[in-house]
Design a protein around this ligand. Structure first.
Ligand code: ATP
Ligand code: MG
Length: 298
């Protein structure tokens, strides 16, 4: 696989400040830059020197990586090394975590994700999140998926089609089309997780973050989600956290291995190695990666 063209930032310069920033109420014409089409971008996220602290204690530090568009990037590593912490920096979920502080730089399509004019609601719409435990709302299947489009002001007449489209993209429509008005809580775990993916897709995101999306699922439901991930990457950028190394090897183009630095009496997460998945699993550069992927550690 080709390496990501890290040095080519020319495609970004024209769009800085325009991807996520809601224009002021009466914007100058010059400020009304149309939203760039994410499909034209190669690098979705670029993290430089990222550190996250909880109540002043560093959980993870000096994370540098780039996430490429329309690929699956996997985060692996032992429990507590900071995978979820890094994932949550990508859609600013730490903004609502008491005591959490993010330092360093994270750009999204070349724009500072934490910039002062960035519209956080737009961040969450573009960068969706699917959690470890399926968390449908205690509402009907239809209303779960319709929730985001309704909040975003989509017209009543559009909602039905949007719901169907999202359920189809999440490979769930055929299983639920006759019971859209029934409670989502009556679905199986695997169906609930696909519903949560449909809910994320319904607001037309660019990126979907998934934190151990299959850990509560059986192997058959897991295989369905993995197939779905493969389909989704044609149009979306996926970043997944997984404890299942086979899963990372099966689905991800690139894998980041995080570990814990326990020197000097501290326990800080670090990004040990980030590479093409096949290389990381077969010819890692770092001994710590080798020990982990061969099962000697963790
Ligand atoms: N909200 C929080 N407040 C305080 N400390 C936290 C918080 N969330 C995470 N941490 C700490 O940050 C470190 C990294 O946690 P994180 O959840 O990112 O790890 P992880 O790699 O996702 O682990 P796991 O594989 O178990 O999910 C841990 O030491 C954890 O205790
Ligand atoms: Mg986690």
């Amino acid at each position: 696989m080709d390496t990501i063209p890290m040095s080519d930032t020319s495609h970004r310069t024209a769009t800085v400040g325009s991807v996520l920033t809601r224009p002021p109420a009466e914007p100058d014409v010059a400020e009304r830059t149309p939203l760039p089409d994410p499909a034209e971008r190669d690098i979705v996220f670029e993290l430089a020197g990222v550190e996250v602290r909880y109540s002043g204690v560093t959980a993870i530090e000096d994370v540098n990586l780039k996430v490429a568009a329309r690929e699956i990037t996997a985060f692996i590593g032992p429990s507590g090394c900071g995978k979820t912490t890094v994932l949550r920096t990508l859609n600013r979920l730490h903004d609502i975590t008491a005591g959490a502080q993010v330092r360093g730089t994270i750009t999204y399509h070349g724009e500072d994700l934490y910039g002062p004019r960035v519209d956080v609601a737009e961040v969450r719409r573009r960068i969706g999140m699917v959690f470890q435990k399926p968390n449908p709302f205690p509402k009907s299947i239809h209303d779960n998926v319709a929730y985001g489009p309704r909040i975003n002001g989509r017209k009543r007449g559009e909602i039905g089609d949007l719901v169907e489209e999202a359920l189809r993209k999440a490979a769930l429509f055929d299983e639920v089309k006759d019971k859209l008005k029934q409670s989502a809580l009556g679905l199986s775990g695997g169906q609930q997780q696909r519903l949560c993916i449909a809910r994320a897709l319904a607001v037309e995101p660019d990126v979907i973050l998934m934190d151990e999306p299959c850990s509560a699922l059986d192997p058959i439901a897991t295989a369905r989600i993995e197939d779905l991930m493969q389909e989704l990457k044609a149009n979306y950028t996926l970043v997944i956290v997984t404890h299942n190394m086979q899963q990372a090897a099966r689905v991800a183009e690139r894998t980041a291995f995080f570990s814990l630095d326990v020197s000097n009496g501290k326990r800080t997460g670090v990004l040990v190695e980030y590479d093409d998945t096949e290389k990381l699993f077969t010819r890692p550069d770092d001994q710590r990666t080798e020990d982990y992927v061969t099962g000697r550690f963790g």
